[in-house]
Design a binder for this molecule. Structure first.
Ligand code: 5GP
Length: 205
């Protein structure tokens, strides 16, 4: 029997570009019909964050056990903490025919690209590097040296753009969301995907 499998959508991009904001906006919109995969992390909850809703908050020991047991689709260490995507949730949701959305940093996204080559990879880019700098300064939490190192990192990450299928400039959150939704819709209509689906249906007759 033919079973439709969902599409794995990966949104990534440089630090400070606004991935989290875009993701949160997407999931407040009523027409968004893909599932957000809640990540695991070892970082402490920020004020207002809820375990099991924003993240699954884990100790380092718990996280390392998940790595050892191969329970993560991908993971990365970012600013001293682990972040990772639960494998079972992703597989079960895709198997149920629903699309899954990951919002992750670039090292993890590169791992997913290798494991799930038929996923949809979207790179969220800053309108310009100077704009990225403004945003980082705007946070008011980092000094100039840290900002400069973040800019250097962002430059490297921009070079990683070639791992992705689409680039969405985050000029304005609602514009970015609209583009992401349009990309997902178009991706479902891509000839290779449609053809594969019909061939599987015919073979499963
Ligand atoms: P924050 O601590 O600000 O919530 O997230 C820090 C970074 O971790 C962000 O760039 C976010 O996209 C990324 N991130 C969140 N969840 C995951 C995950 O499951 N895997 C990876 N590789 N990165 C993640």
């Amino acid at each position: 029997m033919y079973k439709k499998r969902g599409l794995l959508i990966v949104l990534s991009g440089p630090s400070g570009v606004g991935k989290g904001t875009v993701r949160k906006e997407l999931f407040t919109q009523p027409n968004t019909n893909y599932e957000y995969s809640i990540s695991m992390t070892t970082r402490s909850p920020r004020e207002g964050e809820v375990d099991g809703s924003d993240y699954f908050f884990k100790t380092r020991e718990e996280f390392e056990k998940l790595i050892a047991e191969e329970k993560l689709l991908e993971y990365a260490e970012y600013v001293g903490n682990y972040y990772g995507t639960p494998l079972d949730y992703v597989n079960e949701t895709l198997d149920a025919g629903r699309d899954v959305f990951l919002e992750i940093e670039v090292v993890g996204a590169a791992q997913v690209r290798k494991k799930v080559p038929d996923g949809l990879f979207i790179f969220l880019a800053p309108p310009s590097l100077s704009d990225l700098e403004e945003r980082l300064i705007g946070r008011g939490t980092e000094d100039r040296e840290i900002i400069a190192s973040r800019i250097g990192k962002a430059r490297e990450e921009l070079e990683m753009m070639n791992l992705y299928d689409y680039v969405v400039e985050n000029d304005e959150v609602l514009n970015a969301c609209e583009k992401i939704n349009a990309i997902v819709t178009a991706e479902h209509c891509r000839r290779e995907r449609v053809e594969k689906r019909y061939l599987q249906m015919l073979e499963g007759e």
